[in-house]
Ligand binder design. Structure first.
Ligand SMILES: C[S@@+](CC[C@H](N)C(=O)[O-])C[C@H]1O[C@@H](n2cnc3c(N)ncnc32)[C@H](O)[C@@H]1O
Length: 294
């Protein structure tokens, strides 16, 4: 790839999904986009990028499906799901049990990839809360990739995927064998709904959530988009909400908006309630800058 090819493709990918690539990723770009460039009959990546920008939604969708890293597994890293089971859910249940109406728990798996994360959350909830049917539980699972959402929504997993992270007891309890693989049971599937959401566009319309999982997606964003997205996520959390991020992601540089909580060998973040109202009223970016933070 020439420097012009790399610039053109990196610009295209950034504009479509916010993933920050550069020349150090030329091998990855080629391995993921070469087939599309060939299919479109383009002489080079510059021509391809121009075409994709002016093309129908379909080609843009194909670029997003091809370039996104969708690596995931059931109960990824284990410890966040233990913190969910032993800390977050019991606290939420305790907090909401006295409410006479609408005993509701809303969870968002932002960047859910092919569904292993939201289904792991659902299974954890069902294990932790045996009377979950008496609660109004909803898990919204979103991703930018149509392909990922389609697969997640189907809830069918071949042996290679169920063998990663899924204990036999969960497989037996929450899946049924089908066509040489396993399908998630209806009672788990019915807790989860799927929607396409680009984390770099406004998601305020989704409302507030008690728990947000946003793991291993923002890691691909540039520093500015990363910070903006986390602060936007903070606004979607209820006052006592819980934000789970990937094991290699930390929010410690983001200023006072998030309070880290360490439980079950995991870290999650809660909105900092000690902040003055003017900061909570969405002037956090300004505050962080004033404090000399990235
Ligand atoms: C590595 S997977 C992480 C899946 C899961 N959260 C986990 O930790 O196992 C990253 C996901 O982020 C999605 N993604 C990338 N850019 C995105 C964006 N701008 N908005 C929403 N999702 C995005 C990708 O499509 C991919 O499914």
């Amino acid at each position: 790839m020439t420097p012009q090819d790399i610039d053109a493709v990196c610009g295209l990918v950034y504009d479509l999904c916010g993933i920050a690539l550069d020349s150090s990723k030329d091998y990855l770009i080629e391995s993921r986009l070469a087939d599309l460039v060939k299919r479109e009959g383009c002489a080079n990546y510059v021509e391809f990028a121009v075409r994709a920008r002016s093309a129908s939604a379909e080609l843009k969708r194909d670029v997003i499906n091809a370039i996104t890293t969708r690596e995931t597994l059931f109960f990824r890293d284990k410890s966040p799901f233990e913190a969910l089971m032993f800390k977050a859910i019991p606290e939420l249940v305790d907090e909401k049990s006295n409410v006479a109406y609408d005993r509701r728990i809303r969870i968002w798996s932002a960047a859910c990839s092919t569904g292993q994360e939201p289904y792991s959350i659902a299974m954890t909830l069902m294990e932790t809360l045996p009377d979950y049917r008496n609660w109004n539980i909803s898990i919204l699972a979103t991703d930018i990739s149509d392909d990922a959402i389609e697969r997640a929504s189907r809830g069918f997993y071949p042996p290679m995927e169920t063998s990663r992270g899924l204990e036999a007891r969960y497989m037996n309890k929450y899946f049924t064998p089908q066509d040489g693989g396993h399908r998630i049971r209806d009672e788990v599937r019915s807790l989860v709904s799927f929607e396409k959401v680009n984390l770099l566009q406004s998601f305020a319309h989704l409302g507030r959530f008690d728990i947000v999982f946003c793991r291993n997606a923002i890691i691909y964003f540039n520093a500015e988009d990363r910070k903006r997205t986390y602060l936007n996520l903070a606004n979607q959390l209820t006052d006592n909400g819980y934000l789970f991020v990937g094991s290699s992601e930390s929010l410690m540089d983001l200023g006072p908006r998030f309070q880290p909580q360490h439980h079950c060998k995991s870290v999650f973040y809660q909105p900092n309630r000690q902040l003055p109202d003017f900061i909570l009223a969405n002037k956090v970016g300004q505050t962080a800058t004033t404090a000399g933070l990235r």
